[in-house]
Write a new protein. Structure first.
Length: 655
């Protein structure tokens, strides 16, 4: 059974078990004499069924613990004691009640036991992982007060006792909400206090660097004025504009220029010095330019409230970086991104290798959704490109959407030549396979054009297809297949078996781990920006209060990302790429896979390696931007780096 299914089953059993015990409690009736046979049967059956389900829940918790303590921590340390205590109370209560003795107390015990079991079930959401002692304590006290209130009711204690218990319960509830609200008003946790992920000293070189840096501001981590390279300058103006789609619909878009949804493609050559002047005409929320997947110096990273202030209407900002890493990237606003990106503040960034591109046609196609249509490149309709039979084509695909996307090429075998801006060594050609791209991810698909041409498909839309074919041909006359063919597993793709070019060799090159970080992804009720929210959490907290992953320059960081929830989380690391080591304990065997966006599905555990070679304060967040806006953002922070920018000041809202 998959871990996600187990999580679901375990919770369902815990909830249903508590429900049956509560039902037993309510069925015990109000008579003070021994119940009739039918009632006794019903109560016994409910209690027995509830107990059985609790056993299932307990077994489930232990199996989950075997899959990883992250999945079961609170179920074992908080849930299980509640369930055991609840069962003990309930069993005593039922046996007294069946015999008709100590009636009000018997009924109180059955109901109180049910409350404890219910507390165990909700511990998954309120206590979470790592298990939160305060929440556990509050739940325990709530169970006791609820039981007290029940007892006062059943024994007709009078108004004062009732009001006492009810009042205390209300105070407890208010206290719990207040405690959660207070954590939302606490100071942001953006900078590293100490490198808390450390289990030992960093390497000598790193220690030397770390101790010699007293404190650096992100504003000083810019591309130096004298950086080498011919300047390649672009101007982007962020503005509202109406766009007429091929479907005939007009959408109110926000864009970086031009009359299409997508911003201009920025295509530069390795070795150039890129300068991008950003002006904001009338985007009231403000904008920034973030270079997704391009590992720029921190001060060029474009995160409002962390590396710069939002660029408000009438303001400007110039980003500069050296184009030293060929590959496929994209840019987008990182101010109010969950709305801005969706509305069109994005575009492609392609860095061509100095030696040129081997393929004869090179297309960069972001895939986006707006106004109910799927826009591939610049259009939501079908489109075609001409290429001669035998020509090779590089199709750079970016998922600029919020959900995972599957893509494929129909009509010819293709090779995944690069993922997230990093070439994959010697991947075989495949056919009738799809490639899954998490939100924010990119893949370069390379193929040779056959006489009938090929069709590029996404599972987002059957209408927005792209045909690449020789001038006379109509494109391949083949059935659509993207949703029907198996997914290519990139962890097992490409040459990786030799001593060189394997993941182990790549890892050995990095040296031993000197720091670690754990990201446990979940959903919990939390205050986010002052509002109660069913939030997306990392380690039980929400942005900007999640403890950063603290590192020192030179660290080799082991990152473990665990998805305890039921949503997919495309986790994006700024300023670095991570080497995929394993997923769900299964080591990656293909060509070393360096990603900036890791699509973590429910129940998955990813082990990653990151080299801390780019000092700064870097966002790590879910690229389903609605999740980011609901809390799922944190930082990877280098010791000694500080930021003068503030979340909420100057309108800064990176999410
Ligand atoms: Cu593509 Cu932090 O973003
Ligand atoms: Cu997410």
């Amino acid at each position: 059974m998959t871990t996600a299914a187990l999580l679901l089953l375990q919770s369902a059993a815990a909830i249903a078990g508590a429900g049956l015990w509560l039902a037993a409690g309510f069925t015990t009736g109000s008579s003070t004499t021994r119940a009739d046979r039918r009632e006794r049967l019903i109560v016994t059956a409910l209690a027995a069924g509830g107990t059985l389900l609790l056993v299932v829940a307990a077994v489930g918790a232990f199996i989950l613990a075997g899959r990883g303590w992250w999945f079961a921590g609170e179920k074992v340390v908080a849930g299980l004691p509640f369930q055991v205590a609840g069962f003990a109370a309930g069993a005593v209560g039922v046996s007294w009640w069946l015999r008709g003795i100590r009636m009000p107390l018997a009924r109180t015990l059955v109901l109180g036991g049910g409350y404890a079991m219910a507390a165990a079930a909700v511990a998954t959401w309120l206590v979470g992982y790592p298990p939160q002692p305060v929440a556990t304590l509050l739940l325990g006290v709530a169970v006791l007060l609820g039981t007290g209130l029940t007892w006062a009711l059943l024994t007709h204690r009078g108004r004062r006792a009732l009001a006492g218990f009810a009042g205390l319960l209300a105070v407890l509830l208010a206290g719990g909400v207040g405690w959660s609200w207070l954590s939302d008003t606490a100071a942001p946790r953006i900078e590293a206090s100490t490198a808390h992920g450390h289990d030992g000293p960093a390497t000598d070189a790193a220690t030397a660097t770390a101790s010699s840096t007293s404190s650096t501001s992100v504003s000083d981590l810019r591309t130096p004025a004298e950086a080498p390279g011919d300047v390649h300058r672009f101007e982007l103006t962020a503005a509202r504009h109406d766009v007429e789609l091929a479907s005939g619909d007009t959408v109110e878009a926000w864009g970086f220029g031009g009359d299409t949804v997508v911003g201009p493609e920025l295509r530069v050559t390795e070795g150039e010095l890129v300068e991008v002047d950003l002006a904001n005409r009338d985007i009231d929320d403000g904008v920034t330019l973030h270079w997704h997947g391009y590992d720029v110096p921190n001060g060029e990273d474009g995160v409002a409230g962390v590396t710069q202030d939002a660029v408000l209407p009438g303001e400007r900002f110039t980003s500069r970086f050296v184009a030293d890493t060929p590959g496929t990237y994209w840019y987008h606003t990182h101010q109010a991104a969950s709305e801005g990106v969706r509305r069109g503040l994005y575009g492609m960034l392609v860095v061509e290798p100095a030696a040129g591109i081997a393929e004869s046609l090179d297309l960069a196609l972001p895939v986006h959704r707006i106004g109910g249509e799927v826009v591939v490149g610049a259009t939501d309709g079908p489109q075609s490109f001409e290429a001669a039979e035998g020509d090779t084509v590089r199709l750079r695909v970016a998922n600029t959407e919020q959900a995972p996307m599957r893509v494929t090429v129909v009509g010819a075998p293709f090779r995944v030549a690069a993922v997230d801006g990093r070439e994959l060594s010697a991947g075989d050609e495949v056919e009738h396979r799809s490639v899954r791209l998490g939100a924010g991810a990119r893949a370069d698909l390379v193929f040779t054009v056959p006489d009938d041409g090929v069709r590029f498909e996404t599972d987002f839309s059957a209408a927005s297809v792209v045909v690449v074919a020789p001038p006379a041909s109509e494109g391949p006359d083949l059935a659509r297949e993207v949703s029907d063919v198996p997914e290519l597993d990139l962890l097992a793709y490409g040459a990786g078996n030799g001593d060189d070019g394997s993941v182990d060799a790549a890892l050995a090159d990095l040296g031993p781990f000197t720091a670690e970080g754990e990201l446990v992804l979940d959903r919990m009720p939390r205050f986010v920006g002052g509002a109660p929210t069913y939030a997306y959490t990392v380690n039980g907290q929400v942005f900007p209060h999640i403890d950063p992953i603290g590192v020192r320059e030179g660290d080799v960081v082991k990152l473990t990302v665990v998805n305890r929830g039921f949503d997919v989380h495309p986790m994006h690391v700024h300023g670095h790429h991570v080497l995929v080591l394993a997923r769900d304990g299964v080591p990656a065997t293909g060509a070393p896979l360096w990603l900036d966006t890791v699509d973590v599905r429910p129940g998955e555990v990813w082990e990653l390696a990151l080299v801390a070679d780019n000092p700064g304060i870097w966002m790590d967040h879910c690229h389903d931007l609605s999740h980011a806006a609901a809390g799922m953002m944190m930082t990877l922070a280098y010791e000694g780096v500080t930021t003068p920018f503030e979340h909420d000041a100057h309108g800064n809202r990176p999410e």
